[in-house]
Design a protein around this ligand. Structure first.
Ligand SMILES: Cc1ncc(COP(=O)(O)O)c(C=O)c1O
Length: 410
């Protein structure tokens, strides 16, 4: 199925490999295949450092250094142009974005008073929703910034009106894992800051598709998951300088106030997983001939073509209704959810599975987004989510199998 339709695929230099799999993996918003280098580093760590990392002897120190290498790699990706790299007091690691958001909410909880407001967008995955809804039990008011179903994006003027009354925290996703729409995060943050609110961004759906720039965006908190960026199952939470230092401890009682990020990493991190992230920047750099930003530019270029091909192809299939924005463009990632008239999503997924194509159905842990798009979350939708590693030939094959499936069912 290999094809060299567009960069970053070239005949001269194939992409550094992910693990081999003879399926077409098109549920990348669910999880990307890990790079081979990630698997090698994971295994290498376990073989070389079969002890708890620490500073008490040379072997434990070497393990700690190996973990630190992974931490630095994750920090590098948070601001890919290298202008600045989050320090230990600005970057918390954990098992998943869901877990990191829970920790953050636990830390922020005592700083809230009953009656204070949190705004959550209607595009949220539960990771950036449930922890805040829980605060509502303590009298915090959680209000929704509604989605415009036509675009899959909530409107700025609506937010501006909501910000006219005091708001402590705005929780937004950078991109919807259902509609693939990207939110204008810097503009939103400016608005929120002008109104005195902190901004907590879920970057999970965005991170695999473009360069992150947490300092440029001036966000307060930004979380993303390495296992959706060709890495192992762990995640990173950036927090603006000084914010974590002022928050209460969420970990062991003996941690002193300056123990960062340890106060927000209860139980510590999985050293082998963090270490295995060390090659992620090098991977994207290799796509840009040694320049990380160029690597991400090529990712964006490649994905725009794939997104257009996918959206146009789906629009021509019988009974298909795409959720959110149907027009390809800079604010549209290759994450496309849709329903098929009179055909249960599970049947479509199963038929594609027989052709060794992995896509998924359901509410994708963002049931409110489905509701806003007019879909019953219990019935669910179908989702195809690509990365730059996919080729035009693979997308054409997917569309052909899908057409056969839908035609046969009619
Ligand atoms: C947009 C978005 N946010 C958050 C998450 C949760 O990430 P994690 O599995 O790391 O908790 C996901 C997972 O699919 C997601 O797509």
């Amino acid at each position: 199925m290999a094809s060299t339709a567009h960069p970053p695929h070239t005949d001269a230099s194939p992409l550094p490999p992910v693990v081999a799999c003879d399926w077409l993996l098109m549920d990348n918003a669910g999880g990307t295949p890990p790079l081979r280098s990630v698997v090698a580093d994971l295994s290498d760590y376990l073989e070389r450092w079969p002890l708890l990392a620490g500073r008490h002897n040379s072997l434990a120190s070497a393990a700690a250094e190996a973990v630190e290498e992974g931490r630095q790699a994750l920090a590098t990706l948070c601001q890919a142009d290298g202008r600045r790299r989050p320090q230990a007091s600005e970057l918390v690691l954990g098992t998943s974005t869901t877990q990191l958001m829970e920790v953050l909410a636990q830390a922020l909880a005592p700083t809230f008073q009953a009656g204070e407001r949190i705004i959550v967008s209607g595009a949220e995955h539960v990771a950036n929703l449930t922890p805040w809804l829980r605060l509502a039990q303590h009298g915090v008011r959680v209000e929704t910034w509604p989605l415009d179903p036509a675009t899959g994006v909530p409107q700025l003027d609506v937010l501006a009106a909501m910000l006219e009354q005091p708001v402590r925290l705005l929780c937004i996703t950078h991109a919807s894992n259902v509609t693939g729409s990207v939110l204008p995060i810097a503009d939103i943050t400016r608005l929120a800051h002008a109104a005195g609110a902190l901004v907590c961004v879920d970057g999970v759906a965005y991170a695999p598709h473009a360069a992150m720039a947490v300092y440029d965006w001036e966000v307060d908190f930004y979380a993303w998951s390495a296992y959706k960026v060709f890495g192992p199952h762990c995640a990173a939470l950036y927090a603006r300088e000084g914010l974590l230092a002022g928050l209460p401890n969420t970990s062991h009682e003996f941690h002193t106030q300056d123990a960062l990020p340890a106060r927000f990493e209860p139980g510590g991190v999985a050293g082998e997983l963090v270490h295995a992230c060390r090659s992620l920047p090098a991977y994207f750099r290799s796509l840009g001939d040694g320049c990380l930003m160029d690597g991400f530019k090529r990712v964006v270029q490649a994905e725009r073509l794939l997104t257009r091909q996918l959206l146009e192809g789906l629009a021509h299939l019988p009974g298909v209704r795409i959720l959110g924005d149907r027009t390809p463009g800079p604010q549209r990632l290759p994450i496309v959810s849709f329903t098929v008239e009179d055909l249960p999503p599970a049947e479509v997924v199963a038929a594609l599975g027989h052709a060794r194509i992995n896509i998924r159905h359901g509410h994708f842990y963002a049931p409110r987004t489905l509701v806003a798009c007019g879909v019953d979350p219990q019935a669910g939708a179908l989702r195809i989510s690509l990365t730059h590693r996919q080729t035009a030939a693979e997308v054409a094959h997917l569309l052909a199998v899908l057409r056969d499936t839908l035609t046969a069912a009619r």
